[in-house]
Design a protein around this ligand. Structure first.
Ligand code: ATP
Ligand code: FE
Length: 372
């Protein structure tokens, strides 16, 4: 079984070829980091153009590096949501074109499910049910994975995701964000005192598993504005020694509280999940922010404290990639969940089934029973 996976939901154009047994034959990616630096975020129209420019090359590279051609493939998997419609469309168009010409089945993939399931490629002993924390630029999800395609959402963000907070804080601290705001802030935080600034931990009064990062973001902004030294129009490379230390202190303090909020909610989610499914053995942490070493260490502690094994993919599989799409495609394909090849006369300008907003499973409310 050979699966091509295509991902264009946000700012990375990615493709990969993965074999049925989980062997990664190739992975190709083209990032829009220059656009992100310039526009301060993902501008849908620009992102769409960048995907359209990159997609053919990225897919070709994935096929070449895997040393296969389209006719060797068993099927094509592609992200159909959640994400920006304009961007999703580029990937779906490409996937359907290949599938049409070579008569291949298609698997429409949920981007966040793929962030979770790539852990099963990495760790073959990861069985259902498991608890997963998915932390990225646009999502902050706690889910109980009961089975393939069966998720109960224990918590989500009521405003921003943690990755968004890292990205904004990094920008406001004047960091070099060409390789991403998260990694830049993580690096600077190593130089700072995490206890120097008292940010408030979000939602401590709310005894649920939801998240909030908008307030913490504002606290960082206000702290930066209240200190005369530190301003975002002076890049950190030209900051004085004293200014650099202050920025590092803000970064470290922000990171400590941002992650403490994750720890709070995960501890509660573990308790909820074990009550529903006492057989849970694993705690999966994935999505771009899961590539952060401090995050991994702190959450490993939560897992161990509760007798669970932390499973977190290597950083390159935590951030957006084609492998996770191909692998999730394989899981669904093997379970018989796929679409027939598109008809030969499918028009190029057709309305595809895109799902820009697509919840991952049902929301959990206390008192509601979950099948054991
Ligand atoms: P979503 O998955 O919600 O659709 P996305 O696909 O844009 O969003 P990912 O690629 O999964 O997000 O993750 C990107 C996010 O991860 C960015 O916000 C980035 O700053 C963050 N990130 C990446 N590396 C780190 C790190 N080392 N520390 C903190 N955050 C990080
Ligand atoms: Fe993502």
């Amino acid at each position: 079984l050979l699966m091509l996976g295509i991902e264009t939901s946000c700012d990375d154009t990615a493709a990969a070829v993965v074999r049925g047994d989980g062997e990664i034959l190739s992975q190709a990616i083209s990032s829009q980091s220059d656009l992100l630096v310039k526009w301060g975020g993902v501008a849908p129209k620009m992102a769409e153009e960048a995907h359209a420019l990159a997609i053919d090359q990225v897919v070709q590279k994935a096929l070449d590096d895997a040393n296969v051609s389209e006719s060797d493939l068993s099927a094509v998997a592609v992200t159909i949501g959640p994400g920006l419609s304009l961007c999703l469309r580029v990937g779906v168009h490409k996937a359907r074109k290949i599938a049409k010409v070579f008569g291949l089945p298609i698997v429409g993939v949920h981007h966040m499910e793929a962030h979770a399931l790539v852990s099963r490629l990495v760790n073959k002993d990861l069985n259902y049910p498991f608890l997963a924390l998915l932390i990225s630029g646009g999502h902050n999800l706690l889910v109980l994975a009961q089975n393939l395609g069966e998720y109960v959402q224990l918590g989500t963000t009521i405003d921003d995701a943690i990755g968004e907070a890292y990205d904004k804080a990094a920008r406001w601290l004047g960091l070099d964000i060409r390789k991403g705001g998260g990694p830049a802030l993580e690096e600077l935080a190593l130089e700072g005192d995490p206890n120097s600034i008292n940010f408030t931990v979000p939602l401590r009064q709310h005894k649920d598993c939801n998240f909030s990062y908008a307030g913490l973001k504002t606290q960082v902004r206000l702290t930066i504005e209240s200190r005369n030294l530190c301003t975002d129009d002076i890049p950190i490379s030209s900051a004085t020694e004293e200014d650099r230390q202050l920025r590092a202190n803000i970064a470290a303090s922000f990171q400590r509280i941002a992650v403490l909020h994750l720890e709070d909610r995960c501890q509660r989610a573990v308790e909820w999940a074990l009550k529903m499914k006492p057989s849970i053995k694993n705690f999966v942490v994935s999505g771009g922010v899961a590539s952060n070493q401090y995050v991994r260490t702190r959450l490993n502690h939560i897992a161990e404290k509760n007798g669970l094994q932390l499973v977190s993919p290597p950083p390159s599989l935590c951030t957006d990639n084609g492998v996770m799409i191909a692998w999730t495609g394989i899981e669904h394909f093997v379970a018989g969940r796929f679409e027939d090849p598109p008809p030969a006369d499918e028009p190029d300008d057709m309305q595809y089934d895109l799902r820009p907003r697509w919840p991952l499973g049902e929301e959990y409310s206390e008192g509601r029973s979950v099948s054991r």
